[in-house]
Design a protein. Structure first.
Length: 201
């Protein structure tokens, strides 16, 4: 029973208590760069979740075979392999999203969230724990990017997932779909998230 509770907390921590965006402030480059819309935020989140899940899985499986001195380069090669797969799949099947995300797709390789979980967790824990850690952290990342994208798209464009629900002549805060708006939205959402989670803790 104790092991079940530990694994549950291992999964949930990445969504709430240690949310990579709203709590730990990791992966700020894609967070601020691509969340001008809900679709972009969700797409980047899912791409990162896939890479995180697969890299954690592989690192956990081969950790004993990787010499300590070259573990970081080895982790980067593993991560880069899965990023290449994501990039090729997006280009082939979702070209619109591929164009929207642009340079931020290959930059997943150096996302400190993914390398950090490989080094700090997957390389030191069993497969099941590493997979649950990746799922929790990845889903927390997807949640944060999607919420941030939804907020910015609603305020800046009067739409959600490209569905416009206000008239063309309605006043919107275009600042929120520009880079400064990303910082403002992230700051207020982080405050709100931490206040809500503090009350439920």
């Amino acid at each position: 029973m104790a092991n079940t509770i530990d694994q549950k907390q291992n999964f949930l921590k990445g969504i709430v208590k240690e949310n990579p965006i709203f709590v730990m402030l990791l992966g700020m480059c894609p967070t601020l760069g691509v969340t001008s819309s809900a679709f972009n935020g969700f797409g980047m989140g899912v791409a990162t979740l896939f890479v995180l899940l697969m890299s954690n899985t592989v690192v956990s499986l081969v950790k004993s075979q990787i010499p300590s001195k070259v573990r970081i380069p080895a982790f980067i090669i593993i991560i880069a392999s899965f990023v290449t797969i994501v990039e090729m799949v997006l280009e082939a099947f979702i070209p619109f999203l591929y164009e929207q995300l642009g340079i931020f797709i290959p930059l997943i390789v150096v996302n400190c969230l993914i390398l950090g979980r490989a080094e700090a967790f997957a390389s030191k824990n069993d497969l099941k724990s590493s997979v649950l850690d990746a799922l929790g952290m990845g889903l927390g990342f997807v949640l944060a990017l999607t919420v941030l994208g939804i907020t910015r798209e609603i305020l800046g464009n009067g739409s959600i997932f490209d569905y416009k629900f206000v008239s063309e002549d309605a006043n919107t805060f275009i600042l929120f779909i520009l880079p400064p708006g990303a910082f403002i939205a992230l700051a207020y959402l982080s405050i709100l998230f931490n206040k809500l989670t503090a009350k439920t803790a």
